[in-house]
Design a protein around this ligand. Sequence first.
Ligand code: SF4
Length: 172
Amino acid sequence: EQTKVLVSACLLGQRVRYDGGHSESGAKILAQWRAEGRVVAFCPEVAGGLGTPRPPAQIVDANGDDVLDGKARILDETGDDVSAAFLAGAQATLEVAQKAGIRVAILKSKSPSCGSQRIYNTLPQADGSATSALVPGMGITTALLRRHGIEVFNEHQFDQALAYLESLRPNP
Ligand code: SF4
């Protein structure tokens, strides 16, 4: 049996983004996986109880790992601390992934939940204001999945994801 792949729901055309839109990927391999029934679609933020649309949120000057460890917070644009909802969403994602025996996820780049290489951070400035910047790091869901041995790629890394899936196949 072919292993299943967890995929960010927004990459599959579901309108679950903070702005009410989607980020549908036209990748052929994704269409093939869907046809094979191998895709598990999931949105951590919706699962964590956040509405759509919702105010955009960012990790404050840290990585998803730091939020998992309680050392950093996720604030939305209005200043509300949404760390608990993001954490609940990450845990729900892990649960779904583990139940489906998933080892590989394709998650949307740059998101505070799903990002895996770079994420937008809120960076407090000396004068009390804050700026937003794309920094190296991963979102909280990606951090939790990786802690549990699930490798996360983004929508620009289907080749790497395929190679990794291949490497997981038992030798004949
Ligand atoms: Fe897409 Fe992930 Fe954001 Fe949900 S949390 S909209 S799946 S990037």
